[in-house]
Design a protein around this ligand. Structure first.
Ligand SMILES: [Zn+2]
Length: 217
């Protein structure tokens, strides 16, 4: 099965991508993973990508497309895949469609994780990261025994810039601006399905798998 997973930051997309891909025995192909490899490797492409990601903006198409094409050409992606983080906009979706047509195939389904902005802010703005060991806590969902102190190592907890409400709202705006037309594109293609991404991770996975089973029947 050839799938694309879309959803706003904070919808648990990375986690869902992993679970769904493993249920279906297909590789999860995440632009996030490819970006991180480039960034930590300090490649020119990685440095460029990092400038955009640090601002909460999206990486330019030509950078992303080159990486995705290589990845989709690999052996393990020939029987199916789940794309996470690509395509992000209509031009990328057009490129992907053409790319897959060259490979003699096409997407089966696009799953959209649906969750409202305030829920995303509640999830992300509550995160606190330990300065010493890097462990992430949540003031509501996973609070340390003593506020501001890491249970694991006694280190000081702080809020990463990425987790500040204004950064999150900016990322959601960027997401909306770029993704709404993408979602409309796939709706026109007749392969878009929405999955309610509110609530516990396992429930969301079950909803997504129910949709995929319906499609497979
Ligand atoms: Zn710690």
């Amino acid at each position: 099965m050839r799938l694309v997973l879309v959803g706003p930051p904070g919808a648990g997309k990375g986690t869902q991508a992993q679970f769904i891909a493993s249920h279906l025995s297909i590789p999860k192909i995440s632009t996030g993973d490819i970006f991180r490899a480039n960034v930590s490797g300090g490649t020119p492409l990685g440095k460029l990508a990092k400038e955009y990601m640090d601002r909460g903006d999206l990486v330019p198409d030509e950078v992303t497309v080159a990486m995705v094409r290589d990845r989709l050409s690999e052996d393990d992606a020939q029987e199916g895949f789940l794309l996470d983080g690509f395509p992000r906009n209509v031009p990328q979706a057009e490129v992907l469609k053409k790319m897959l047509a060259e490979f003699g195939t096409a997407l089966d389904l696009v799953l959209e994780l649906v969750v409202d902005d305030d829920e995303v802010v509640r999830r992300l703005a509550g995160r606190r990261t330990c300065r010493s060991c890097g462990k992430v806590w949540h003031v509501l969902f996973d609070p340390p025994a003593e506020p501001g102190v890491c249970d694991a190592c006694g280190g000081e907890l702080f809020q990463r810039d990425d987790d500040r409400e204004e950064t999150i709202r900016h990322r959601l705006e960027v997401y909306q601006e770029q993704t709404a037309p993408l979602v409309a594109f796939y709706a026109d293609e007749g392969i878009l399905v929405g999955v309610d991404a509110t609530g516990p991770v396992e429930e969301v996975t079950q909803r997504a798998m129910a949709v995929l089973r319906r499609f497979a029947d």
